[in-house]
Design a protein around this ligand. Structure first.
Ligand SMILES: C[S@@+](CC[C@H](N)C(=O)[O-])C[C@H]1O[C@@H](n2cnc3c(N)ncnc32)[C@H](O)[C@@H]1O
Length: 289
């Protein structure tokens, strides 16, 4: 992935793929649980929009085997050929990847899908409501749309220290400075309704201890590094503030080596498209011809 086109909020050094894989590992259990709760099952055709390195494609593949299909799509060629062949040799599921910019296509290609999944994509697009509509439109009748986003305002270090909220404050301010909603996660049910979802919407929040012990300082600094350049460019934090935070964090971990970090809350929202779906804009009073 490259950040040259400026479309991705986080800086995209090679380390970004590694960070995404580690993040995906942390999210694996809650994600697998919501796939099951939502009813993802053998034989289904799935799409993972903004699939990144393909970790959720692997999870989807395990749920839809045998007979299922999983297509990943991403702005970047984030799923190199060898990762795709690795997925293909690991199961009988048909895996595919397509490089697209979901903002530039009028509709999701290749649909309809029985499962449309997307995780941590929406904060990076200009019009999240429009993208949710495109995703919902690509769901087959009776199919599932499942979205996951982080609420970063719950990210914290325990015990706290003076200034320990700098990462979550800066991340929220950076999203706001870019015209994006830092609490987008909690708007997901409303975005589904606005996209035309008429069935029940399920909602689940998961957070976990993301690190416990001395390595936590490095982990938190790694997460901060991912959006450091964007935060500096939007002037939501300054170099001296970042240096002070880094110094205080290291000092904190020296005196409190068993500090722990509570992850941001992973908000999962899903709905099924009714089998006999009538888009809300359809005028059902018009005579049939
Ligand atoms: C934070 S990563 C999440 C990756 C993956 N969904 C996961 O949870 O591990 C966001 C992904 O969305 C992709 N993305 C951003 N804007 C996009 C767009 N307009 N169209 C398609 N993908 C996009 C990025 O390239 C990146 O891979």
């Amino acid at each position: 992935m490259s950040s040259g086109d400026g479309k991705y909020t986080f800086a995209n050094p090679a380390a970004e793929q590694t960070r995404l894989r580690r993040l995906a590992q942390a999210c694996e259990e809650p994600t697998r649980a919501v796939l099951r709760s939502a009813g993802v099952s053998p034989g289904m055709r799935c799409l993972d929009m903004g699939c990144g390195p393909g970790e959720v494609m692997r999870l989807l593949g395990a749920e839809v085997e045998p007979g299922g299909k999983v297509t990943g799509m991403d702005l970047h060629a984030s799923l190199p050929g060898d990762s795709l062949s690795e997925l293909r040799t690991s199961s009988t599921v048909g895996f595919d990847f397509r490089q697209i910019d979901i903002e530039l296509v009028p509709a999701v290609p290749g649909g309809p899908y029985d499962v449309v999944f997307s995780r941590l994509l929406l904060p990076h697009v200009e019009d999240p409501a429009g993208i949710v509509r495109k995703l919902y439109d690509s769901v087959a009748p009776g199919g599932i749309l499942l979205l996951q986003e982080f609420d970063n305002t719950s990210w914290q270090v325990h015990p706290p220290f003076d200034g320990s909220d700098l990462p979550r404050r800066t991340l929220a301010a950076t999203f706001s400075a870019l015209g994006k909603d830092p609490q987008l996660a909690y708007r997901l049910p409303l975005l589904l309704r606005a996209a035309g979802a008429t069935g029940p919407v399920d909602l689940r929040g998961n957070s976990w201890i993301s690190s416990q012990g001395p390595e936590g300082a490095a982990e938190l600094l790694g997460a901060l590094e991912a959006f450091r350049s964007t935060a500096l460019a939007t002037k939501t934090v300054s170099e001296p503030e970042l240096r002070r935070f880094e110094r205080d964090l290291r000092r904190h971990y020296r005196t409190n080596p068993w500090s722990y970090q509570l992850s941001p809350t992973l908000v999962s929202v899903w709905t099924r498209k009714p089998l006999h779906y009538i888009p809300p804009s359809t005028d059902i009073s018009a005579p049939l011809t």
